[in-house]
Design a protein around this ligand. Structure first.
Ligand code: AN7
Length: 354
């Protein structure tokens, strides 16, 4: 890996806060440095003074996973690994498969059969990973992946790999850098709970480095059918339209609880209807097409606002994954109003009633 890839990316940009050594290859697919955009219309529905969206769906494989994956795969290469493995609800596998392809590693992904959005499966196939559909849910797949990678010389790249958390914390640095301060509230979907853990660590380090004086309140949102942290016990059969966060026993449970309690935040549940309402609003009122799991962060803010539990302040909502990943949910949400016309001026005018 002698040739540096591109002069950008998380390892180039944030090397000073990451556990790099002189032997860590500075691989990149151009991840990180994602846009932070102000809400156009939803903000006024929330009672917030400012609502911003961090577009993590703009990462190279379409989700925030790339930030942590680039770090984990660089470390796997550094340690001489020839193969990586993860369990995944879809985005981790797409990201792992991409970086493995980039670095010439073999990759194996364990996914819950029939519960991964079509775009994510297409990515895994395109990147040439070995896909194993397990007859079980994500939690069971992760248990198997942990045991297999203990037994065989394969690097585990789920977020139980601490390099993933290290890479993902860089998003908090970008937010503080762009706003010149940490936000009052960070709203984020919670599945396996690695990301909320990573952001909390990142904001803590930003304060230590005087990039921010505030610690945001961490507001995590689980889907109501997959809300173990809210319920206080694992969920055996998690279910939700937001398949990315269909997780019943999060690996970073303690990290999420720590983020919630140390920040004075909360972890709440949002129903599938609330998630899909936010999903449609983000598209129709903001021009942002994210996947259902990502909309949980905005659904949660809207739920709190309706309950009178938001009094101003500045919030950042993390839009973790791209709507294109899940075309089936999109097509079930809408009945497209598509007119047919001859390819002529008159034909189109008639179809439009002009
Ligand atoms: C779009 O890909 O767990 O709480 O295996 O894909 O850090 O797990 C995905 C999780 C939020 C939750 N939004 O983040 C996987 C996987 C999207 C996601 C989450 C996921 P964590």
């Amino acid at each position: 890996m002698s040739r540096p890839s591109v002069q950008r990316g998380v390892l180039h940009r944030w090397g000073s806060i990451l556990p790099l050594t002189e032997n860590t290859p500075l691989i990149s697919l151009g991840e990180g440095d994602t846009p932070l955009v102000r809400s156009a219309q939803i903000e006024a529905m929330t009672g917030l003074d400012e609502l911003w969206f961090k577009l993590e769906m703009c990462n190279p494989t379409g989700s925030f996973k790339d930030r942590g994956m680039v770090m984990a795969v660089a470390k796997a290469v550094e340690s001489g690994a020839k193969a990586i493995m993860c369990a995944s609800t879809g985005n981790t596998s797409a990201s792992a498969a991409a970086y493995a392809a980039r670095c010439g590693l073999e990759s194996f992904v364990l996914v819950p059969g029939g519960k991964v959005a079509a775009g994510k499966m297409a990515q895994a196939v395109a990147f040439g990973t070995r896909i194993i559909e397990v007859d079980g849910n994500f939690d069971e797949a992760l248990r198997a992946a942990r045991e297999i990678t203990d037994k065989h010389p394969i690097a585990l790249v789920n977020s139980v790999n601490s390099f993933r958390i290290q890479g993902q914390k860089t998003a908090a640095f970008e937010i503080c850098e762009t706003l010149g301060e940490a936000p009052d509230i960070l709203a984020i979907p919670v599945g396996n709970a690695g990301n909320i853990t990573a952001y909390w660590r990142g904001f803590g380090e930003c304060a230590e480095r005087e990039l921010a004086t505030l610690h945001p309140k961490m507001y995590g949102f689980q889907a109501a059918g997959a809300a173990p942290i809210v319920l206080g016990h694992p969920v055996e059969q998690p279910h939700t339209v937001a398949t990315a966060i269909r997780i019943g026993n999060p690996a970073s449970w303690q990290g999420a609880v720590g983020a919630r309690d140390e920040s004075g935040g909360l972890i709440d549940a949002v129903t599938d209807d609330e998630i899909l309402e936010a999903y449609r609003l983000l598209a129709s009122k903001e021009g942002l097409f994210c996947e259902p799991a990502s909309a949980a962060s905005v659904a949660g803010l809207l739920k709190l606002a309706r309950a009178g539990r938001i009094q101003g302040g500045r919030a950042v909502a993390i839009l973790t994954g791209n709507g294109l990943k899940d075309p089936d949910t999109a097509s079930r949400q809408y009945t497209p109003d598509i007119a047919k016309a001859a390819a002529t001026v008159e034909g189109v005018e008639r179809a439009l009633g002009l």
